[in-house]
Design a protein around this ligand. Structure first.
Ligand code: SAH
Ligand code: SF4
Ligand code: F3S
Length: 440
């Protein structure tokens, strides 16, 4: 028998890409490949790419530049570009880097094995269709191996919101939701292989509206309650949500569903109504803060995480101060923040742009404020007994690292046999980016 061919995958961008990479690896395993962690050994290299900011997209071209050398040493090596850059740029990628053999978009990667078969020897394939068939229904069985205790599960894809800065509606297409039975089957599969903590994924996950068991439209809250019934599944999370889709049932679930974790990623982008309007966000700073109040009424200890863009076109210092005030009000436990990056084809790219230096200074101030909030929330965990899902060993003998309900990394001395279990940990120390404690 021939030795299995080797596949090396590098993933950029959001958690949805992490999930997609996993599915592409499984697809290629069915087609006779096995995964390798060293690109030097690979027969196929797959870059699963992100187009969200200019830097993210440019990274792909510099990586492809580096890969050129690999290919001249090994002409049979196949190079594939998947993900959002693939979708946005299509065949242009091959014009810029002729050694790329395959370009496959996020909605057509279930065809990757078929594409790989016909590519090579100078034959190039570009598949960036939005096919009619259900990608998830076409993907082969999930890998049988035992899994890490935490896993992602994509339940919704695409976005119809068209924020004026964002490429996602163009790269991922219109909103769509997977049916409830498909999701429950996959969740059961994961739980049977050792998963205890599932994060439901979607570009707009709380807009989920999949078909239920009786053909009825099902909300994210209803889906969560279905998952709540799964024995063995102990923790449920979801990301990323849009403020406008945070309905009452979902807020209530944060109060009543014990498996739903007290952590919510709810991007606001800006605290200025003038900018929010120009961003086409269709919520105001006040409506967002009111929403946070309602969520905290349901679950007072919930940790709120956010996304911010600074230096959006025409952002004045007053607009920026409004964002800082919103941050002071909400008190974030975690956040991602970015300088606005022009994306070709999006409406905001056509507008007057701010100076890079101004953007950098505002980002610095904003990140400092968030870091202070984040640290003080993390510090407030010291002295508490927290349930921690133990996930893996660390470099230190006898030590494991796990996750608290609030997503803090927690280090604790514990036997390896405890990996995959939830243990009560008394928190003794707050470090830069993690907590330390001992088993109760
Ligand atoms: N669906 C999610 C976010 C998807 S993109 C939502 O609605 O919030 C992830 C984050 O990248 C966004 O929240 C935004 O903060 C950032 N982002 C998107 N486009 C950007 C751009 N052109 N420049 C800078 N940051 C951007
Ligand atoms: Fe992009 Fe806005 Fe859709 Fe989020 S809601 S994916 S920021 S368009
Ligand atoms: Fe990037 Fe596409 Fe995700 S642009 S953030 S990989 S949806």
């Amino acid at each position: 028998m021939n030795a299995a061919k080797k596949l090396f995958v590098k993933t950029y961008g959001c958690q949805m890409n992490v999930y997609d990479s996993e599915r592409m690896i499984e697809t290629m395993e069915h087609a006779g490949y096995e995964k390798t962690d060293t690109p030097e050994n690979a027969d196929m290299i797959l870059l699963n790419t992100c187009h969200i900011r200019e830097k993210a997209a440019e990274k792909i071209y510099s990586e492809l530049g580096r890969l050129k050398a690999f290919k001249s040493d090994k002409p049979d090596l196949k190079i594939a570009v998947a993900g959002c850059v693939a979708q946005a740029e299509g065949g242009e990628i091959m014009r810029r880097q002729p050694m790329v053999d395959m370009v496959v978009g996020p909605q057509s990667y279930h065809r990757l094995a078929a594409i790989e078969k016909v590519s090579g020897n100078g034959r190039k394939v570009v598949d960036i269709d939005f096919p009619e068939e259900d990608k998830f229904g076409q993907l082969g069985a999930r890998a049988k191996a035992r899994r890490a205790p935490s896993a992602f599960l994509t339940v919704q894809e695409g976005c119809d919101k068209f924020c004026s800065f964002c490429v996602v509606p163009y790269t991922r297409g219109v909103e769509s939701s997977r049916p409830v039975d498909q999701i429950l089957n996959e969740a059961r599969y994961l739980v049977d292989r050792g998963v205890r903590d599932i994060t439901l994924l979607g570009q707009n996950v709380n807009a989920y509206h999949g078909v239920g068991f009786k053909g009825q439209e099902t909300s994210l809250a209803a889906l969560i309650w279905e998952l709540d019934k799964l024995d063995g599944l102990q923790r449920i999370r979801f990301t990323t949500s849009h403020p406008n889709d945070m309905d009452d049932d979902l807020i209530e679930a944060h109060g009543n569903c014990a498996k739903l974790m007290p952590y919510l990623h709810l991007p606001v982008q800006s605290g200025s109504d003038r900018i929010l309007k120009r961003m086409n966000r269709s919520h105001t700073a006040q409506s967002y803060m009111d929403l946070i109040d309602r969520i905290r009424q349901a679950r007072p200890d919930i940790l709120i995480s956010g996304d911010f863009i600074v230096g959006f076109p025409e952002e004045t210092i007053e607009d920026f101060d409004a964002t800082m005030n919103l941050i002071r009000y909400v008190k974030y436990g975690q956040a991602y923040s970015f300088k606005y990056s022009t994306r070709p084809g999006t409406p905001a790219a056509e507008r007057d742009q701010l100076d890079e230096g101004v953007k950098a200074e505002r980002l610095y101030r904003l990140q400092n404020l968030i870091a202070t909030q984040q640290k003080s929330l993390q510090d407030s965990m010291v002295g508490r007994n927290l349930p921690v899902l133990l996930e893996k060993t660390t470099l230190f003998e006898g030590q494991l690292v796990g996750k608290s309900e609030y997503m803090h990394a927690v280090h604790v001395n514990a036997p390896e046999t405890m990996i995959g279990s939830i243990q009560l940990v008394r928190i003794s120390q707050s470090n830069r980016n993690s907590l330390t404690g001992s088993l109760c």
